[in-house]
Design a binder for this molecule. Sequence first.
Ligand code: NAD
Length: 482
Amino acid sequence: MNKPVIPAIEDSKARMAQLLDIQKRANLRKGPPDARLRKDRLARCVTLLKTHKDELIAALDSDFGARSKDMSALTDIVAAISPCTSAIAQLDKWMKPQKRKVTPAALGVLGAKAEVRYQPKGVVGVMTPWNFPVQLSFDAIAGALAAGNRVMLKPSELTPETSALMARLIDLYFDEDEIAVVLGGADVGAAFSELPFDHLIYTGSTNVGRHVMAAAARNLVPVTLELGGKCPVVVGRSADLAKTAARVMAGKTMNAGQICLAPDYIIAPKENREAFVNEATAAVTKMFPNIKSNPDYTAIVSQRHYDRVKGLIDDARAKGAKVVEINPGNEDFSQQEHRKIPPTLILDATDEMSVMQEEIFGPVLPVRTYESFDSTIAEVNARPRPLGLYYFGDDSAESDALLERTHSGGVTINDVIFHISMDDLPFGGVGPSGMGAYHGERGFKEFSHEKAVYRQTASELIAMFRPPYGEAFRKQIASRLK
Ligand code: NAD
């Protein structure tokens, strides 16, 4: 059975190499799993998540200091089950070889055939971050298992209880040649990314993503990188401000803004800034009449991240921004049990402020303004390509301009974040926010090798293509050059 790795680096390295060897040898010995076995593995993930949901939610709460249990039930249990059940329902269709056109068509008439077969890549390495540890692990595992692979998972060290619990549960439900879990910090992560997997999916920061890709490149391991960035919200003049503010602030306060797709900054029409601030305040007050002891409001995961987010606010204030802390219960946050930061708007945020340079990953929202809509496109294009982009309004000329003239991993119109929850849409970034994509059939393909298979005609008419070249050959060439 599966035993979590002891996080002493040399032991970890030896154990990781051993696990990879066990999984690769199992692949050779047992061959690709059929649909029944793949569905059985996916069903075991579902049973694991349903049976142990309360323990997982409690571990998440403990790791964060305070994490909304209702939110965890949605974001880390339901959202982890959904890719498994959706894969079970569609697997037979996804696995079918796909017929392709034969070229030139005459070969097809003579009985030649072309098709694509989806073959498991082998062993997939999965590296996941702390912000949605259960969901992001099982989402990738679901795609990898559906495609018939074996999996080695390296969850984050910043959520130690959740990661250790996932290791124990996976050990209960799976053999180590199906899924194995490796625990440890950045040193183990670095060693993990150097392993000669058949595919590696990494979810985390853009900076670490660079190291992971460089390490994978040494073995030419194909990678999927799910990274971060600053996701902009563009508010059109046609937008309903109350609705916009309610949806943006719900997205910004979910998991206290610790979401790769959290709205990072907003660009609103200049004349609407005050109204937006008022509506955002009203929306937060309705959701969170108080914050400190409110079980729906999540804390910042660690002291280092708490200090980082507070530092962004202080830096903006020192450089001349107007800071609007939304604190409906007028609570004193200098004394508190958890690391909670109330939702904070940053007005007059300039490019010189850190809050406009780094991904915020906390409940802080710079509000920028525009006079001409075109300048919003220029502003988005002046920054690295983000993971998500949001537009509010019903002016299709504006939304089309944003869709066509800016690049982002995905887009949600008239809300934030939601495109990630569409099982049938590919999820991924572009450039600095990531490469490759997964979810649904796109994930099945990402973790499969698309093998091109051509079956030659029995007819010896094709002999004309061999030397000595004759009249029939030259006629063929002439007709193709017409
Ligand atoms: P992180 O990059 O610090 O850590 C992620 C994982 O990488 C951890 O398991 C860690 O142990 C490992 N790691 C750390 N240093 C390493 C190294 N040098 N080499 C190899 N592995 C190493 O990310 P994080 O802080 O846990 O997560 C936050 C970031 O993740 C944000 O930028 C966020 O936008 C991004 N994110 C992206 C998505 C997405 O789907 N695109 C989802 C969630 C989070």
